[in-house]
Design a protein around this ligand. Structure first.
Ligand code: SF4
Ligand code: SF4
Length: 787
């Protein structure tokens, strides 16, 4: 990516041979439509019909020859704007001399474009041999329009362009879609759409959120993959997709490498040849080649996405609402209708939608209609599940992914025959009363069978409770056992190999995940103020290493107060410094004893342990984003949003403990997992930071979550997702490790410690195993101690 400087001769900019990074500081051209639409134009004199850019903008700041001339404040859905100007009187705007700007930059742009073309070819040649097909992804945005043009110069004409129409696209995007096909007449274009409408799915699944993005699977990747599968007449495919992703767009994307295999979808290899392009380079390419421009940009939208998106900003929704009046209303209505909140005034509703709190939803707990786990009754080897959400049809369809149902002749008895077994199977009965729902009872034959099957059956019952045939599972199945008929899922038991890849979505079903409400959520969260407002402090760890087992119980000579020792008891157990209940010193204690209470590796171990064991930290790491500062009031709002029935004092107590821990331990500060901004002695905001951790931390974290999950094998995809309901929180989520770095570190660990970890990252696989039957976290600490 080249740098740029403003050019008063053209009103545009000149690329310079310096390289630079512009994350979150993208520039964009500002057109007459935007000035009129926002009312900003009042102070400017300009031709309302001018097609060339009149200004440039960086976020909400408007620039003329690099000088700030105006700023838009308060761009929030449903709120009036307040423009601010930085000049006196009225300012006449002269259009940018695009022709001269393009010509002045052509030398450097030739290099940028040649590099991108070369990269397209390299990426294609490198991996096409192991892919069944390839396509150019099209979204109608500026990046995808430029990407298509670059790819068109290099890729064979047989490579089609696929537009995944989410049914929530901006009206201008549909216009671009019609037009773009006329520009590349020799190439095949295909529009992939879901069978059900976006609004229908918003009602069935409840609105998507940043962590529950069912919409991307149901309306984007699934339709495209289903199309390619049917085109190739194949049940399992490996696809190479050229996508217009750029690192400058967001901080998380700036960590990407330009080819990622299976990071978002196991069957897809993403190639990003313009990953390094800055917006200033992209705009030059668009102007130089007279490419189509989505009119949404002319209206002031900084990006082109869905009308209502869980990732969009307040500003984006303001512009969508203004540019396409009334189109947001149906989505807004569903956000209100599905929320468990009682709104009394229109203002409350507008604020709720405008504040974008609905995007922060982590589970179904804040919804009016929810799905819960079945009631479970375990009586020795007989286990009964009961739920008002069970459907008999779904039970007998999805049960084929567990085994074969065998009926005894002339009897009502049924058995679930597991694959590769010779016996008759596990007796079970399914009863569905007329009132709806159902009860299912399994009679396991021994304790090992029960232990092995119970977690699988629990996942299977999520599908039985919630499946509405969104087809996401169909794309996961490698043998084509899942089909879709009359809006229902059909499983071909003879084809199904019981691999349960279709269970890999968190909670085994998108809809269940989206609407799931834990039964005991309230009880769990109420534990967040058990720390007497104290956090885990470094000087407590120091006192523990001094006192050893004499730290508990408290006595009058103790260096800490009685309430502190009570609090330390909870924190130390959750941090794995002492053992549960017995409070016996745990091996992690030895690490601090040997290397001191500020030992950085030890605190990384503590952080991953707390993220898994302490409900407060678990909430914090799953509810907040990396690199985004949160004010304490904002955190309080988020905590209240995800746990509406939590009392004010509980919330305050929990947050006080969190603040105390971050300010008084190596978990907060420069180079730590959180960055703290102080105003005097008061903590103003907290930013979670990504951290390059020692491979030992990864190994420790993997053994820790293996104990939680009661298994040792994981896929990277499942390690990437987490919310406050997840059984475990992986080191990837805790430290913000990118999948590529994680893979590299795991491979390094596997070659150094083959007895402790193995990986299968080749040929599109993303599995790793830790040998939790043989070893545990204590063994990892022993290695760290050099024993
Ligand atoms: S079970 Fe699969 S296909 Fe059915 S709704 Fe859930 S994710 Fe979609
Ligand atoms: S993914 Fe596996 S378990 Fe699921 S239907 Fe296909 S073969 Fe069966």
């Amino acid at each position: 990516m080249y740098s740029y400087k403003w050019d008063t001769n053209t009103g545009g900019y000149l690329l310079t041979t310096q390289t630079g990074k512009f994350v979150a500081n993208e520039i964009r051209p500002v057109f007459a439509e935007e000035l009129s639409l926002t009312g900003l134009g009042k102070q400017f004199m300009y031709d309302k019909n001018e097609l060339r850019p009149l200004l440039w903008a960086q976020r909400n700041i408007y620039l003329l020859n690099g000088e700030k001339v105006a700023q838009l404040n308060g761009t929030k859905y449903g709120q009036p704007l307040s423009p601010e100007y930085f000049f006196e009187g009225k300012l006449k705007l002269v259009p940018v001399d695009i022709t001269a700007m393009v010509s002045n930059n052509s030398e450097i742009m030739d290099i940028v474009v040649a590099d991108a073309k070369k990269r397209v070819k390299e990426l294609y040649d490198k991996d096409i041999g192991r892919c069944d097909t390839t396509y150019i992804a099209f979204s109608g945005g500026k990046d995808s329009i430029a990407l298509l043009d670059v790819c068109n110069r290099v890729l064979p004409l047989s490579v089609p362009v696929i537009f995944s129409d989410t049914d929530m696209e901006l009206p201008d995007t549909y216009k671009v879609w019609e037009e773009i096909q006329k520009r590349y007449l020799e190439r095949e274009f295909y529009k992939a759409t879901s069978e059900s409408s976006a609004l229908e799915n918003w009602r069935r699944f409840a609105p998507p959120s940043r962590t529950i993005r069912w919409c991307c699977s149901v309306h984007k990747s699934t339709p495209a993959l289903m199309y390619l599968k049917s085109k190739l007449h194949k049940t399992s495919i490996k696809v190479m997709a050229f996508v217009g992703v750029r690192g400058e767009e967001s901080l998380s994307r700036s960590f990407y490498v330009d080819s990622t295999d299976g990071a978002k979808n196991a069957s897809q290899l993403n190639c990003m040849p313009i990953l390094d392009w800055g917006a200033h380079e992209l705009w030059l390419y668009i102007f130089a080649n007279n490419l189509l421009l989505n009119c949404a940009y002319r209206k002031g939208l900084t990006r082109v996405g869905c009308l209502m998106c869980p990732e969009s900003s307040e500003k984006y929704e303001w512009f969508v609402d203004k540019a396409y009046p009334r189109l947001l209303k149906p989505y807004k209505d569903i956000i209100i209708e599905t929320s468990s909140k009682n709104f009394t005034t229109t203002k409350e509703k507008t604020n709720f939608v405008g504040s974008l709190n609905w995007q922060a939803r982590k589970s179904g707990a804040v919804l009016k209609e929810t799905l819960t786990n079945p009631l479970e009754d375990i009586n020795g080897l007989i286990v009964t599940f009961q739920s008002p959400h069970f459907s008999k049809d779904l039970f007998y369809e999805w049960v084929k992914t567990l085994g074969t149902v065998v009926k005894e002749r002339g009897s009502e008895c049924q058995q679930l025959k597991l694959p590769n077994t010779l016996d008759n199977g596990i007796p079970f009965s399914f009863n569905a009363p007329y009132t709806g729902g159902g009860t299912v009872t399994f009679e396991f034959r021994d304790a090992t069978e029960k232990e092995m099957l119970l977690p699988i059956i629990r996942s299977f019952l999520h599908k039985v409770s919630a499946c509405v045939a969104c087809r996401s599972c169909e794309t996961e199945c490698g043998v084509g056992a899942i089909t879709f008929k009359n809006s229902k899922i059909k499983i071909d038991g003879t084809k199904c190999v019981k691999c349960r890849k279709c269970y890999e979505i968190d909670y085994a079903c998108w809809r269940f995940k989206s609407m799931y409400k834990s039964e005991n959520e309230q009880n769990k969260m109420s534990g967040i103020n058990r720390y007497n407002n104290f956090g885990l402090r470094e000087n407590w760890v120091s006192a523990l290493t001094d006192l050893g087992s004499a730290f508990f119980p408290w006595n009058e000579n103790h260096p800490l107060g009685k309430k502190m020792v009570e609090s330390a008891s909870a924190w130390f157990q959750q941090a794995c410094l002492v053992e549960d209940k017995t409070r016996k010193l745990a091996p992690l204690y030895e690490l601090f004893k040997k290397y001191g209470s500020d030992y950085s590796l030890g605190w990384d171990f503590i952080w991953v342990a707390l993220a898994n064991n302490a409900v407060l930290v678990k909430w914090f790491v799953t509810a907040t984003e990396f690199e985004k500062p949160y004010m304490i009031e904002q955190l309080s709002g988020l905590l209240g949003e995800s746990n509406p029935s939590l009392g004010q004092s509980t919330k305050e107590g929990g947050l006080a403990a969190l603040k105390d821990m971050l300010t008084k331990s190596p978990l907060g500060g420069k180079g730590a997992v959180t960055l703290l901004e102080m105003k005097g002695k008061t903590l103003k905001n907290i930013t979670r930071k990504t951290k390059d951790v020692d491979p030992f931390t990864i190994l420790y974290g993997m053994y820790l979550i293996a104990r939680k999950a009661e298994r040792g094998s994981f896929t990277i995809r499942e390690l990437l997702t987490a919310d406050s309901e997840s059984v475990f929180i992986s080191p990837l989520v805790v430290f913000g490790i990118t999948p590529e770095t994680f893979k590299r570190q795991c491979q390094g660990l596997a070659s150094k410690f083959p007895d402790y970890i193995s990986t299968t990252f080749t040929h599109g696989n993303d599995g790793l195993t830790v040998f939790s039957q043989k070893y545990n976290t204590e063994d990892i600490i022993a290695i760290a101690l050099g024993e």
